[in-house]
Design a protein around this ligand. Structure first.
Ligand code: FMN
Length: 147
């Protein structure tokens, strides 16, 4: 019988229009790689929802739209995770927003509430607009929480 080694897979799945959340996703990717954790980086449009069960860890990145809303392109991922309902799936949610709006990073809050119920939520991270060098340490702290 052949012995197979199980390699837990980690994905970052994000959406971004003007690049802020994309930059944060790349900072988290770097932090994961620096910890020796291989990571697959996907824009949400490229991520195959059917593959969700094959990941041990998923980090979700989103900007916020409307009045604290989740962007439309994230609905499918939101629903897929909600329906999967896997309490062994480690998740984190991160995002960028603008404090000018009443619900700062409201989409992160909405994902966080669902992920807390349906998955093993590890952390959430909010950044105002374009991430700054000081946010590197916040990314490292988030990554350190993943097991
Ligand atoms: C029409 C519109 C509505 C927005 N609504 C919110 C909001 O409710 N809360 C918030 O924190 N940011 C809000 N934002 C700000 C964006 O989420 C913020 O600019 C974000 O960093 C964009 O991310 P991206 O560069 O990854 O596309 C809004 C921006 C626009 C243009």
């Amino acid at each position: 019988m052949a012995l197979t080694s199980y390699k837990p897979r980690t994905a970052i799945v994000y959406t971004s229009v003007t690049g802020n959340t994309e930059h944060l996703a790349e900072m988290l990717q770097t932090a994961l790689l620096n910890q020796g954790i291989p990571v697959e980086l996907y824009r949400v449009e490229e991520f195959l929802l059917d593959e969700l069960p094959y990941f041990a860890q998923v980090l979700i990145g989103t900007y916020t739209w409307g009045s604290g809303e989740i962007p439309k392109e994230m609905y499918g991922l939101y629903q897929a995770i909600e329906q999967l309902g896997n309490k062994e799936l480690q998740t984190a949610v991160f995002g960028t927003g603008d404090r000018f709006f009443a619900e700062f990073c409201g989409a992160v809050d909405r994902f966080r509430d669902m992920l807390y119920v349906k998955t093993l939520l590890i952390a959430s991270l909010k950044v105002e607009l374009m991430p700054q060098p000081k946010d590197v340490i916040r990314c490292e702290k988030l990554v350190a929480l993943l097991k």
